[in-house]
Design a protein around this ligand. Sequence first.
Ligand code: F6R
Length: 604
Amino acid sequence: MCGITSYVGPRDAASVVLDGLTRLEYRGYDSAGIVSFDAGTTTTLKRAGKLANLQSAMAEQHLPGHRAVGHTRWATHGRPTNENAHPHVSEDGRLALVHNGIIENHAELRNRLEALGHVFTSETDSETLVHLIEEHDEGDLLTAVQEALKQVEGAYALVVAHAEGEGIVVARATSPLVIGLGDGEQFIASDVSALLPYTDRVVYLSDGEVAVVNETAVTLYGPDGAERSLDVDVIDWDADAADKGGWPHYMLKEIYEQPTVLQNTLAERFNEAGDDVTLDLTLDPATFDRIVVVAAGTASYAGMVGEAFLERLARIPCEVQVASEFRYAEPILDERTLVVAVSQSGETIDTLEAVREAKRAGAKTLAILNVRGSSIAREVDDILYIHAGPEIGVASTKAYLAMLAAFALLAVWVGRTRGALDAERAKAWIEELRTAPARVEEVLQRRPAVQDAVPLLDDARGVLYLGRGVNVASAFEGALKLKEITYLHAEAYPTGEMKHGPIALIDAATPVVALAPEGRLHAKTLSNLQEVRARDGRVLAIASDGDEAIASHADVILTVPRTSELLSPMLLAVPMQLLAYETAVRLGRDVDQPRNLAKSVTVE
Ligand code: F6R
């Protein structure tokens, strides 16, 4: 949430920072700004609205210098206006900063600073920081920042620079910040994807660390003020992976990457006999009797599918808890509970706090993650990476499928180690899993059928998504995809629950997307669809190849290859992603940057 990029080095700093912001716009896109520092002066440009507004302004006004700090905002405190956009600059115009996170005691600090004569020009909590640092500034920016931060409560990734001097000071508490190391130049970003074209050598800041970044050196200090050595990581994503590469939208590109992503998630994770998995985990499944999955949004729906994998294949009790509620719900945890945190970004604050709650209670923690070096990665006992590559579209697609694959592997690992899954059954499941990339590819080739189906949603007042068994989770995920990028109301229910209330919604303006793959609940699903049609409801069914019975129960039919019930969520997700995408395009929505949303929710 909110993106930061900064640069110090020989290049035109503002251009590098602007380029970085374009790569981070998915983190927030309601206003943006850059400040550059040149020969003792600062030049600041801020624009409400999308980054394009700042880009146009920069075409008119040059921001000179070899040091610059930029920000793209997702508003928390204060509306998206020029005044509330970052950078925030001190009254004398010489000190400027950008901030991600929330300063919880900002009101109290602001009162104190106003009493000392500071004049605020925005409604943001972030502006407090610039006045606070200015108050402590006696010529040494590092000390001023360290002193100021002693009074701050809350989360921050902070980048601050002064017109005098040559460096940039950065600090982190909870909100992510990474320094990209170059030769005679350095880059700073809230997210590695901004750095990919420039360097693959990075230093992730830890909580409480402060660093001074100069052209030729990065000096890191711990929370106690003592200097620390740099722990340099190498990013294994290639720069092209974060480009749109000719696709009209990142979301579509990422939907089409899914076969490759699945291959990557599964690669080198099976034993030679093909009846077990080889996961690089240190946890011992004999040391836990119960699994609690914590996650948000799409990741939590992946967790619901994961619950079915774990319970049916590994016969271990599993439950999914929405991360934002978890730590307030007095969760029942002990040292024989494994808490699995699922997160694409690894930065979702609710999920991170759920991990902390689990650790406080003595539970073991495992994370299913995409982004290396992320905050959750630093706090859990073990990590299962999904290897999905950078996901830029705000609506999560490829990460979801990769999370399902990771759960499929985890279920085998837990089941085999605990003796609940025999070699024969494991082998059959693994063989089927291995077909997932090709089958997903096949579904992708059926996009024209989805395009033909889109008019069914014309004039829809709302859409009901129905699924049974493991595909209750699929229905939730399908409904979320539709609502977040089309702004159409969509709700998901277990198909059998429809008659307990939601059936009252059924009419010609409320189409139903029915997940009806073959399997033990198929006949029951068909009778529920009859109930919809008897009430003038229109049905878009997603069924298995060769299903002849479905024809008389649906207005529009999309098909997926035949699979077991457990694998079906991977295939059913694809037409629902495409349906949401095509509908959003038809409605003229901003697919990659839907209103009010931002990728990676780092505030509670
Ligand atoms: C929906 C979506 C969100 C995220 C959720 C968790 O398309 O993208 O619901 O799934 O915010 O994000 P991560 O996985 O980064 O923790």
